[in-house]
Design a protein around this ligand. Structure first.
Ligand code: ATP
Ligand code: MG
Length: 431
């Protein structure tokens, strides 16, 4: 479906901006997301997504959907509430430890709130498939996960309730698993690229999930909780926990590269699970040779809410949000400084908003009855990529166009913005 463009009247949009960040906010991204009215803390590691924040979440989710659908995945939705018996089958009811949120129903039966969904997805697939002919299969969901983290931190970065995309592949053999692993690697690069994040891929151990090979997608950042060892000239990367290398060492992979160590945020990861779950949970198929074998699995996660946080951390200034184009909540912020009915400002702002919507832009129209000061304050905080200010020179038809990120300020006659999309693109060009 082609995107149609939209106008949102700011008067009706709930964006509770704040002068001061809550005391609990440490990271720049956490402070700004709170001040710009994107998220509100409910308890440690638990947040409400307010309209502007949720809009960005949906943009990120849709980028993930587009890129995964493109490589042949299908989306489904699994329950958050999971019965103990499945977790007993995999052996994780005991192994998972205190991070697992456990609860009982009215008949005193044990349940948990899913921190991840290997058990549930394995049950789905094993109950429907018994032949290699139905494979390969790649399934994903975007869903709320629950983990009673020891140290919830930095807003959405480490939540106890958070949004994750988790995908699982089912293949007959290792070769096909390797192919999917490559496909996911490429799709992840495109996803993070579109979210404005430059990632380094580092190999890691397989931790809680267990299996063969694993890679993590890391965004370099001071507030990252992982320490990454990487090469300054080739693509070598390793998680410092499992690496013997030191700052300044020769790169073990290329000739001439030097090892650097830095902090990183893990935004996604991919695991070759192998047969860990299919063995323990008896998910088997008859292979081409007519033998019954366990299905080979892979699993692939992306922290959707953490990706939002990482993108804000990466791009925002101390004073306001700065959005990569593809995940900005709106494309253009139209701000008439005076909305009185007899002022030409509101009229021009209305005509412009309609025209831009017609050209498939998402427009936020600040039609609130506020003074210029608070309007500018909010606009600076929210950081919509392009701003059109309809102010003092409105009687001559002149409006001001700004791109805060690129330091561009132009004055144009508003009629120029009513032209064909190609001409408008020129006006909004950043070079
Ligand atoms: P971490 O080492 O940061 O705890 P993990 O190895 O436990 O991550 P996975 O279980 O593989 O992470 O989850 C997949 C993705 O979900 C991670 O790459 C991360 O982006 C995200 N994620 C994991 N835990 C959290 C959390 N507590 N809050 C927000 N996002 C999370
Ligand atoms: Mg963890």
């Amino acid at each position: 479906m082609k995107h149609m463009g939209s106008i949102t009247e700011q008067k009706y949009l709930f964006v509770p901006t704040l002068k001061e960040a809550p005391k609990s906010a440490e990271a720049k991204s956490h402070k700004l997301m709170s001040r710009a009215g994107l998220i509100k803390q409910v308890a440690a590691g638990i947040y409400s997504y307010l309209p502007l924040g949720y809009k960005v979440i949906k943009k990120i989710e849709n980028i993930v959907r587009e890129e995964l659908d493109k490589i042949g995945c299908s989306e489904l939705l699994l329950p958050a509430l999971q019965p103990r018996d499945l977790w007993e089958e995999s052996g994780r009811w005991d192994k998972y430890g205190p991070e697992l949120m456990r609860l009982k129903d009215r008949k005193d039966r044990d349940f948990c709130l899913g921190p991840t969904h290997e058990e549930i997805i394995t049950q789905v697939v094993r109950d429907y498939l018994n032949s290699y002919k139905k494979l390969p299969l790649a399934l994903y969901q975007i869903q709320t996960k629950f983990r009673d983290e020891m140290r919830p931190r930095f807003g959405l970065m480490r939540g106890r309730e958070f949004i994750m995309k988790d995908a699982y592949t089912f293949t007959e053999n290792q070769f096909e698993l390797d192919e999917w692993y490559q496909k996911f690697t490429k799709a992840y690069k495109r996803i993070f690229d579109r979210c404005g994040l430059e990632t380094k891929i580092v190999s890691s151990d397989t931790g809680q999930i267990g299996g063969d090979e694993a890679d993590e997608f890391m965004v370099m950042s001071e507030v990252g909780e992982d320490t990454i060892t990487y090469c300054d000239s080739c693509d070598f990367g390793a998680n410092q926990e499992f690496s013997e290398l030191h700052e300044g060492d020769d790169c073990p992979k290329c000739n001439g590269g030097v090892i650097r160590i830095a902090k990183g945020i893990e935004v996604g990861n991919i695991f070759k699970l192998g047969t860990k779950y299919s063995e323990s949970m008896n998910a088997k198929i008859i292979n081409k040779q007519g033998k019954q074998v366990p299905i080979i699995m892979g699993c692939y996660g992306i922290g959707i809410s953490r990706t939002l946080m990482a993108s804000v951390e990466q791009h925002a200034t101390e004073n306001g949000l700065v959005w990569p184009k593809d995940i900005a909540p709106y494309d253009i912020h139209v701000i008439p400084m005076n909305i009185k009915e007899d002022s030409p400002q509101m009229e021009i702002a209305g005509i412009l908003s309609k025209a831009l919507k017609g050209k498939r832009y998402d427009v936020l129209l600040d039609n609130r009855n506020e003074r210029p000061g608070p309007k500018q304050f909010d606009a600076d905080l929210i950081g919509i990529p392009w701003r059109i200010i309809v102010g003092r020179r409105a009687p001559e038809g002149i409006v001001e166009i700004r791109n805060m990120q690129k330091d561009i300020v132009k004055e144009v006659h508003f009629s120029k913005l009513l032209l064909k999309k190609e001409n408008i693109r020129e006006i909004f060009a950043t070079k």
